[in-house]
Design a protein around this ligand. Sequence first.
Ligand SMILES: [Zn+2]
Length: 321
Amino acid sequence: MNELLVFVCDGAPVRGEIVSISTAWQAVLERRDDPPVVRKILGDFVGAATLLSASLKFDGTLIIQAQSKGPIQLLVVECKSDLSMRATVKLSVEPSEINNEASLGDLLDASNTGRLVITLDPSDREPGQAPYQGIVALQEERGGIIQPVTSAAEAIGLYMQNSEQLETRIWLASNNSHVGGLLLQRLPNSGGHAHLDPQTAAEGWARIQTLGGTITNKELLTLTPETILRRLFLEESVENGVRSFPPRQIRFSCRCSRTKVADILRMLGEEEIQGILAEQGAVETICEFCAKPYRFDAVDCLQVFKTQLLSDATRPPSSGH
Ligand SMILES: [Zn+2]
């Protein structure tokens, strides 16, 4: 089960998504050895990334990055609009040093340095054009007091609130084998919902949120999206109409390649690479997303830098005009 289901309500200006990921999430986990508490946070963000990327209006990649000076230095989840995703975490301490009772706030130093960065990168982006990026601190004002966020869902909610997005509610759950999530988004009272007067629309949004709020972690982690939709919105469906679209498949997929590693070697520079070769005989690296090993021996490295010279030589002259 790696499924994402999109639905719309007829009696409320609401679009929703339900996600259920198992083998694609297990493919992320089997390449990693993170402590359970870190895995849980990563799983929640995997759920969030798939839900958010399914609502993208363009073809491209959605990247969620959480970064801090806490035990989780960097967490990255990338999901393309075809729902292929990959995820990684970089810890600043040994996994054994992580307290399994630690909260997301502790691990991401949410009261101080923790930041959530969400990047929307269209695949047809012009060279030189920056992708859209939204950044929020992992803190929230509650009752006049600044408090660190305590969950991935809260962090995403904060981001949605701070960016000019549609009003959104999100519920996330994950464990060792499964990720589940529910997203509700308030649509403008126009288009397909132009028939709703403002009061009916406001009441509808409130009603659907209340129904959504009854979802339990257990349901998110054990039921199919279709079953969740039926359970939560049966009455709504009978009385006002709820329509779902054919489910979409989520899969694990890494975009790493030998060519991309070669680009990194070029960025490090020939001198640096020669130094590594002299010391270790070869440049060896492992993809941090899929754990695929890459090895460049002296001949490979020579080729890498020769290629750069060739591409320089074939570049059209930029001066003299
Ligand atoms: Zn990879």
